[in-house]
Design a protein around this ligand. Structure first.
Ligand SMILES: Cc1cc2nc3c(=O)[nH]c(=O)nc-3n(C[C@H](O)[C@H](O)[C@H](O)COP(=O)(O)O)c2cc1C
Length: 173
C-alpha cells in the first residue's frame, strides 16, 4: 500500500445541528485514506499547532451562510496570513442550497487560499442541501455523498500523480 507518504489536512466548519458539512468532510477523509493518503479531518475550532505545520495538501470546507463561507472558516483562513505555504496543493468544498441565488462558500475559500499562496488544481466540490422537516434541519440531496466520494478520489489521484512527478518514487502496490 502507498500509505502515509502524502499527508492531507481537511479543515471544515459545520453550523447546523445536523452537521452536514462535517459529513462531507468525514466522507472525503475516509476516501482519501482508502486511497492510501494519510488524512486528518479537523473541525475548524480544533485546528492549530503542529497540524498546520505538517501537511502536503489542505482541503477547506464550509457551509454557505448568507451567500458566503461561514464565519469560522473565514476567520481560520484569515489567521493563516503571513505563513508561507510554498504553493502546496489545496482545494475547497462547501454545502449550499441548489439555487441561482444561493451564493457559494467555495468562491471565497478559493480566493483566500490563492492569496495565501496555495495551488488550486482541483475544481471545488459543491454539494447541495435541502431543508428537512424540523427547525434548522438540513440534509444532503440525493447523490451528493457519492459526488463527494468521487471528488475525494480525484483529489487523491491528483496528489499521487504530483508526488510521482516530483521525482519521488511511490512503492509499487
Ligand atoms: C442563517 C442561515 C443562512 C443561510 N444562508 C444560506 C445562503 O446564503 N445560501 C445557501 O445556499 N444556504 C444557506 N443556508 C443553508 C446552509 O448552507 C445549510 O444550513 C448548511 O449547508 C448546513 O450545513 P451544516 O449542517 O454543516 O451547518 C443558510 C442557513 C442558515 C441557518
Amino acid at each position: 500500500m502507498r500509505v502515509n507518504l502524502i499527508k492531507t489536512l481537511i479543515v471544515y466548519d459545520t453550523v447546523s445541528p445536523f452537521r452536514v458539512t462535517e459529513t462531507i468532510a468525514v466522507t472525503v477523509g475516509q476516501m482519501l485514506k482508502e486511497d492510501g493518503i494519510k488524512t486528518d479531518t479537523i473541525f475548524v475550532a480544533d485546528v492549530g499547532g503542529e497540524l498546520l505545520k505538517n501537511f502536503d495538501c489542505l482541503l477547506v470546507g464550509a457551509p454557505t451562510i448568507a451567500f458566503r463561507a461561514s464565519k469560522g472558516i473565514i476567520k481560520f483562513l484569515d489567521g493563516l496570513k503571513g505563513s508561507s505555504y510554498g504553493a502546496k496543493p489545496a482545494a475547497a468544498f462547501d454545502t449550499q442550497m441548489q439555487s441561482r441565488l444561493s451564493g457559494s462558500a467555495v468562491n471565497g475559500i478559493e480566493g483566500k487560499l490563492r492569496s495565501l499562496g496555495f495551488k488550486l488544481d482541483t475544481a471545488p466540490l459543491v454539494t447541495y442541501v435541502k431543508r428537512g422537516t424540523g427547525r434548522n434541519e438540513w440534509q444532503l440531496k440525493e447523490g451528493e455523498l457519492e459526488k463527494a466520494k468521487k471528488w475525494a478520489h480525484d483529489v487523491g489521484q491528483s496528489l499521487l500523480k504530483q508526488y510521482e512527478a516530483s521525482g519521488k518514487m511511490l512503492p509499487k502496490t
